[in-house]
Design a protein around this ligand. Structure first.
Ligand SMILES: [Zn+2]
Length: 266
């Protein structure tokens, strides 16, 4: 029986996750432009000087070449090049945490059924923007990513008018209702719905635009909480990404240290 040469796919890809396999290899999940979600094995990638090693670092944008056997769970990574490592320069806890959190969400909340959904493009643009953003812009970029992920799934929050009655949101008393599908007016709001301040509504609206606006720390935090609740309600696969847990722990440790310092006798 003649052996057909195995087809090879060339594609840009985002490395979502990677974990060791055997003595020297790495298995990585890639979000590829050409084939969507693909898992590859990089043989010998943990050995010094392996040319595959730079291609399997989580958070990286790479150009890869892999053998393609549709029935196989793991494809063989053959080669490629590194296009962008957003964590290489100006590395900070914020940038690392938000980069890995977005990729964790992309990995867990992939739209199913359709091969190319726009998710690769979304992750690529996010990593490019994150790698060049000013310190402090990481959070709004991440919230914009979450909003775009919801849009891909066809469940972005309604923010233009009341999600329940279609009325205006100018009057005070607006709240945010994941169950109703977004912002609701005072008349439609339930007691359990979280109050929605005008600044938070403006911040949420700006996330759908080209450049999300930076807001006060309080508004930014509130925006994150509302999106977290919306994602929890609408995407069963969603849970708070590990990167954000890490950031939260680091921030509360900082706050505790600052408070302890304030308590020191003069
Ligand atoms: Zn209403």
């Amino acid at each position: 029986m003649p052996v057909l040469p195995q087809p090879v796919v060339h594609s840009r890809a985002v490395v979502l996750r990677a974990w060791p396999s055997g003595e020297t290899s790495v298995v990585a999940s890639l979000l590829t432009e050409a084939r969507g979600y693909v898992r590859v094995i990089a043989k010998g990638a943990r050995q010094g000087l392996s040319r595959l090693q730079p291609l399997v670092g989580p958070g990286r944008l790479v150009e890869v070449e892999f053998g393609w056997s549709p029935g196989r769970e793991l494809q063989y990574l053959k080669g490629g090049s590194l296009l962008l490592d957003p964590l290489l320069d100006a590395n900070s806890l914020e940038r690392t945490a938000y980069a890995l959190s977005a990729l964790e969400l992309a990995d867990r909340c992939r739209p199913s059924g359709v091969r190319e959904t726009g998710l690769f493009g979304l992750c690529r643009r996010y990593l490019e923007m994150l790698s060049s953003c000013a310190a402090g812009d990481e959070a709004p970029l991440f919230y914009a990513f979450e909003t775009a992920l919801l849009e891909l799934q066809g469940i972005a929050p309604e923010l233009a008018a009341c999600a329940a009655c279609g009325g205006g949101l100018e009057a005070p008393g607006c709240r945010f209702s994941p169950a109703a599908g977004g912002a609701v007016c005072g008349a439609c709001a339930g007691a359990d719905d979280r109050p929605l301040a005008p600044e938070t509504l403006a911040a949420l609206r700006s996330l759908g635009g080209a450049a999300p606006e930076r807001s006060s720390r309080r508004t930014s935090r509130e925006t994150g909480i509302l999106l977290h609740r919306f994602l929890t309600y609408h995407l069963p696969e969603y849970r708070l990404p590990a990167g954000l847990e890490l950031l939260r722990a680091a921030r509360s440790a900082d706050a505790a240290a600052a408070a302890a310092k304030d308590d020191e006798p003069c």
